[in-house]
Ligand binder design. Sequence first.
Ligand code: CA
Length: 259
Amino acid sequence: MEIKEARRAGSYFGAAVVYWAALAGPQARRWPPGAPRVVKVLIVEDQQRLAQLLKQGLTERSYTVAWARSCAAARDALCETSYDLIILDLGLPDGDGLDLLREWRKNGFKEPVLILSARDAVQDRVKGLDLGADDYLSKPFSLEELLARVRSQLRRQSDVKETVLEHGVLRLDLVKQAARLNGQPVDLTRREFALLEIFMQNPGRILTRTLISEKIWASHFDVDTNLLDVYMSRLRAKLEKPADKPLFKTVRGVGYQLL
Ligand code: CA
């Protein structure tokens, strides 16, 4: 399947991304102890039994888990939100996890990736790590070891991601996926939210059309450039009118900037 087609198919397969135990109670929000924090883990694995085992092990330890069973579903999941850790199988029904990893790193996704694969030759591990994986564990594996490695990866994240972004009159709660403007809730679609999140992560930076398109549509092919303009005008209509002032600047021929 061509990459272009696969990416388009991604939105269709997005429905296959199953969200588990989202916010499984107040205790789930505490990590590390005492800190209000939700740790989101994406499992990319096509074997249902193994995925269930991982899910159970992780949710029991208060992680919030999403599961993607194909490259397309994983691509879509990562396009929609960020994760604290991705557990990545390599043999997937619609492609190779290494291609997915390569693509993510190329597109600037920095999520730590722990490869979980039956391929256990030294060259396989080296290849995975060279492509940007942060850890590599061979199947069969012990759940205890996997969980220890998950903890190890999470400890290494020195710049723990903010779950609430604020800039001027805007406030984004990434966990609740809620946007507010001057304290008032704003109703955004998921794509609009993702678009605004990119700007909120980079306030004042001029973001190129290519960069935005890659983040939102996970694509660097010739995105119908009108699409981005359509989304931008919708976002502006929803935000600038109630704000009663321009919040974005169009940089002609380049992209957009959150003021
Ligand atoms: Ca597999």
